[in-house]
Design a protein around this ligand. Structure first.
Ligand SMILES: [Zn+2]
Length: 58
């Protein structure tokens, strides 16, 4: 019967855990993109600016 919930766990204090950041270069404009998602290897990556520029907006 020693199950207690720690009060305020993960709320405040030294909770420093950054998500992993991956730096990739946009294949169109050469801009550096920082993404928390690991980019697939061997694939050209495009930054959001170029992606939205490529797609024709209706
Ligand atoms: Zn770009």
């Amino acid at each position: 019967m020693a199950r207690k919930r720690r009060p305020g766990a993960g709320k405040r204090g030294s909770y420093k855990k950054k998500p992993p950041q991956h730096k990739v270069i946009c294949c169109v404009c050469g801009q550096e993109i920082v993404t928390p998602v690991r980019p697939p290897a061997g694939q050209d990556l495009t930054c959001l600016d170029c992606v939205s520029a490529e797609k024709p907006t209706p």
